[in-house]
Design a protein around this ligand. Structure first.
Ligand SMILES: *Cc1c(COP(=O)(O)O)cnc(C)c1O
Length: 341
C-alpha cells in the first residue's frame, strides 16, 4: 500500500466519477456549446452567489485571469508574502498582468485591514504605483491550511471597497474553509470581484478550476482564457468530473481534516519532530530537529512507502485527500512511531 501525502492533487477519479465523465454530453466549448461545461459554470456561479463562471485547465490560470481582469499594467496588488499567486505561479503576475506586488507579513497567512491600510499607495503621488487589488487565499497553503472566516473576509472586503480596491480570492481550497467554518459558500460572492476554485485538489477531480466572477467581467475573462491558451474544446468530460465532485465530495472534506489532525498529533510525539504548525484543515507542516534533515526523514518514510514533500529548509508537508483512508492513516501513524534518528 503506497501512501501518497505529497498533495491533495494526487487523487485519481473514483469509478462513479469516471462513469459521470463517460456519460457527459459534450460540444465545442470555445463556441460556447458544451452542455457539461455550461452546467458546471452555472453551478459554480450559483454556489458562490455570483453570476458568471469560466472553466479553465488550472488554478494558476484562474488566478492569473482573475488578476488580469482586475488590474491595469503598472498597478499594484496587495497579498500575503507566501501567497500562491506570488510564490508559486512562475512569475505570472509580472508576466501576464505587468503589476507590482506589495507583500504583507500577515498572521499565519491572513492579512488584516490595518496592514492593508498601511500599504495603500497615494494615488496623487506619481512615484507610487496605483494600488488596485487585494488578493486573499482561503485556505492558506503556505501556512498549513489556516483559514479566514466569512466575517473576517467581510471586514476586509468592506474596507477594500471603501478605498476603491477590487477583491480577488484564491480559493484553491475554498470548500475546506467552508467545511471548517460552517460559513455559507453563497455568501462569498458579494465580497469579491473574482474567485478561483480548484476542482482537482480535495474535491478529487482529475483536472480543472473555475473562475467565478461578476457578469460584467465575464467577456474579458473568456477573452483572457483564450489569450492564455486555455480555451478547450470538448471539455465537458472534465467539467462533468467537476460537477460530480461538487455534488459528492464537499461534505466529506471534514474526514480529511480529522485525519490531518491525527497526523499532526502523531507527529507531535515523534522525537525527530521539532514543531508542528497548527493543523486547521487538510494540510500538515512540521519542522524536523537539528539532528536531522527533511531529506533523511523523507527517505525513512519512503521505506514504509509513504510519500511527503520537503516544504522549506527544515520543513515537510503532508496533505490529506480523497485517496487517503483510515487504514493508510493507521499505517502512517505506526511508521511515525517506528522511525528513529
Ligand atoms: C494548487 C493551488 C493553486 C492552483 O494550482 P494549479 O496547480 O495551477 O491548479 C492555486 N492556489 C493555491 C493556494 C493552491 O494550493
Amino acid at each position: 500500500m503506497i501512501v501518497d501525502l505529497r498533495s491533495d492533487t494526487v487523487t485519481k477519479p473514483t469509478p462513479a466519477m469516471r462513469e459521470a465523465m463517460m456519460q457527459a454530453p459534450v460540444g465545442d466549448d470555445v463556441f460556447g456549446e458544451d452542455p457539461s461545461v455550461i452546467e458546471l459554470e452555472k453551478k459554480c456561479a450559483s454556489l458562490l452567489g455570483m453570476d458568471a463562471a469560466v472553466f479553465c485547465p488550472s488554478g494558476t490560470m484562474t488566478n492569473q485571469i482573475g488578476i488580469k481582469i482586475l488590474t491595469q499594467p503598472y498597478d499594484e496588488l496587495i497579498c500575503h508574502k507566501g501567497a500562491h499567486i506570488y510564490k508559486y505561479e512562475g512569475g505570472g503576475l509580472a508576466g501576464n498582468s505587468l503589476v507590482s506586488v506589495r507583500l504583507l507579513e500577515g498572521d499565519r497567512g491572513r492579512i488584516s485591514v490595518e496592514e492593508i491600510e498601511a500599504n495603500i499607495n497615494n494615488v496623487q503621488d506619481a512615484h507610487q504605483p496605483i494600488t488596485s487589488v487585494v488578493a486573499l487565499e482561503n485556505t492558506v497553503v503556505r501556512e498549513a491550511g489556516s483559514y479566514y472566516t466569512l466575517n473576517q473576509v467581510k471586514t476586509i472586503s468592506e474596507f477594500a471597497r471603501k478605498h476603491g480596491l477590487k477583491m480577488h480570492l484564491d480559493g484553491a481550497r475554498f470548500f475546506n474553509a467552508i467545511i471548517k467554518t460552517g460559513d455559507k459558500a453563497i455568501d462569498y460572492g458579494s465580497y469579491f470581484d473574482s474567485i478561483s476554485i480548484c476542482l482537482s485538489k480535495g474535491l478529487g477531480a482529475p483536472v480543472g478550476s473555475v473562475l467565478v466572477c461578476k457578469k460584467e467581467l465575464e467577456p474579458k475573462a473568456r477573452r483572457m482564457r483564450k489569450a492564455f491558451g486555455g480555451g478547450m474544446r470538448q471539455a465537458g468530460f472534465l467539467a462533468a468530473a467537476g460537477t460530480y465532485a461538487l455534488n459528492n465530495h464537499i461534505t466529506r472534506l471534514k474526514e480529511d481534516h480529522v485525519r490531518a489532525a491525527e497526523l499532526g498529533k502523531g507527529l507531535a510525539n515523534a522525537s525527530w519532530v521539532k514543531s508542528v504548525m497548527p493543523v486547521d484543515t487538510n494540510i500538515v507542516i512540521f519542522s524536523v530537529t537539528n539532528q536531522t534533515t527533511p531529506e533523511q526523514i523523507l527517505n525513512k518514510l519512503a521505506e514504509y512507502q509513504i510519500k511527503a514533500i520537503k516544504f522549506g529548509a527544515k520543513e515537510i508537508r503532508l496533505v490529506t485527500h480523497l485517496d487517503f483512508d483510515d487504514a493508510m492513516l493507521e499505517k502512517t501513524i505506526e511508521a511515525f512511531k517506528k522511525i528513529s534518528i
